[in-house]
Design a protein around this ligand. Structure first.
Ligand code: PHE
Length: 448
């Protein structure tokens, strides 16, 4: 059953797909909103630390499993540990992807709405706080929220069922750099607004007195979320990779890009938040309020607004494909004839699952679980529990089930990584990642 041949024709194809999965709403939408509600600078520093010390080694671990087995997630674990419960890591990844895409697609829908808005409205002269009202009015409309969520998931299904991701990934060669450039322009505008320095300080100057166990758990969740870790997507993607490519180099470039775009997102948002007298604690709607306000204050703002929303939609879709692909791959079990049907079934089920999240800014705005709305609850469950849990299991699995020599040989194929780096990596995976994640869990549970 290991239909392993569909290899990336080039290293670029793989990097583009993996980076496409990583870079998306995590760095651009989620980072500013979580940093805003979790105290700013200290959060960002902890996030950076986790991304480098835990995220990077874990990304390399997922790559290693994938390329070593040349199999998609569930079969990969099965082939390394046959007859055991370990393939459940893959199944947990499928379930997590399913839940994650259900609310991810709701935010994707907001982008669709804003793209439409960008074409049809004139943002010049609108006051910053009016954008907050505009968001509420738009998204609280239940029909619109559900319709937009539907359109986003529909786009995702259409591309995944046709198996044309490769084409899309190639276009990201153009779209991603364009998004970066546009972001740099926004940052330049944002940091030169009157009163912007307050925001730069808020985002970059750490105040560790405000750090709680929750801040740490959120930063951990954010690090995994923005690198697409803990759901074995990176296992599946690297399974198509030829052995002559360097895994460490690929991992470092993806982590570098993700950190860079997270930094840009924070520097685009917070200076403007403070300059316009908005609240950093706005939560998930944050970028949808702040960015239009920035665009309304620059020449050709409408054009930039359109461009930005289009590029953001693109970046979001490339992450959404990876999530739907994960679910579809588990349904088709590598039988291409089932691809179409599975994509539609999985996509529609995810659409239905996402409906309560889509309504969480309107008719379901009252808390339903643990004082959270459905949307916030699902986001919390996925980002801060399921992703770290998946990451913990992968970090336990790798040193336990794969022989150290085999790991060294796999990582060194196609790269000339020094042995010292290999040992550092191995120890980070074997000790630091499991201990850090367990401590974060125990702390939030109040056990330590
Ligand atoms: N990394 C993606 C983003 O930042 C989200 C994602 C998480 C995708 C986990 C796949 C798996 O938008």
């Amino acid at each position: 059953m290991s239909q392993k041949t569909d290899q990336w024709t080039s290293k670029l194809g793989f990097i583009l797909a993996a980076a496409g999965s990583a870079i998306g709403l995590g760095a651009i939408w989620k980072l500013p909103y979580v940093a805003g509600t979790s105290g700013g600078g200290a959060f960002f520093i902890i996030f950076l630390l986790f991304t480098i010390l835990l995220g990077l080694p874990l990304l390399l671990a997922e790559f290693t499993i994938g390329r070593h087995t040349q199999k998609e997630a569930v079969s990969a674990y099965r082939s390394i540990a046959p007859g055991s419960k370990w393939p459940w890591i893959g199944k947990l990844g499928v379930a997590t992807s399913f839940l994650l895409l259900s609310f991810y697609s709701v935010v994707g829908g907001w982008i669709v709405v804003y793209l439409y808005r960008a074409f049809t409205m004139n943002i010049k002269g609108i006051a910053p706080d009016e954008f907050a009202t505009m968001f509420e009015q738009t998204i609280s409309n239940p029909y619109l929220a559900i319709f937009a969520h539907f359109i986003f998931i529909l786009m995702t299904i259409i591309i995944v069922q046709g198996g044309v991701q490769k084409g899309i990934e190639r276009s990201s060669k153009l779209m991603m750099p364009a998004l970066f450039i546009l972001f740099i322009l926004i940052v330049l505008r944002s940091v030169t607004l009157d009163g912007a320095m307050e925001g730069v300080k808020f985002f970059l100057l750490p105040d560790f007195t405000s750090v709680t166990g929750e801040t740490v758990l959120f930063a951990l969740g954010q690090a995994f979320f923005s690198l697409s870790l803990g759901v074995s997507i990176m296992v599946t993607y690297s399974s198509y990779l030829k052995s002559k490519e360097s895994l460490p180099r690929s991992a470092v470039s993806i982590v570098g890009l993700t950190i860079f775009i997270s930094l840009l997102a924070g520097l685009a948002i917070f200076p403007a938040v403070f300059a316009f007298g908005l609240e950093p604690t706005e939560g998930p709607p944050l970028i949808f309020i702040v960015l239009p306000a920035v665009f309304s204050s620059i020449p050709f703002g409408n054009v930039f607004f359109i461009l930005f929303m289009a590029l953001l939609l693109f970046a979001t879709l490339t992450s959404a494909f990876s999530l739907l692909e994960m679910v579809v791959a588990s349904l088709t079990k590598n039988d291409p004839s089932k691809r179409k049907k599975s994509s539609w079934i999985a996509g529609i089920a995810i659409f239905v699952m996402g409906i309560p999240s889509a309504l969480s800014y309107g008719v379901l705005a009252d808390p339903v679980f643990f004082g959270l709305t459905f949307f916030d609850f699902l986001d919390f469950l996925v980002s801060n529990i399921l992703l770290p849990l998946g990451a913990l299991l992968i970090a336990i699995f790798v040193p336990l089930k794969i022989n150290k020599k085999t790991l060294a040989a796999e990582i060194q194929q196609g790269s000339n990584m020094k042995m010292i780096w290999f040992h550092i990596w191995f120890n980070l995976v074997k000790y630091v990642i499991p201990v850090a994640i367990s401590l974060a869990f125990l702390n939030v549970l109040g056990i330590i």
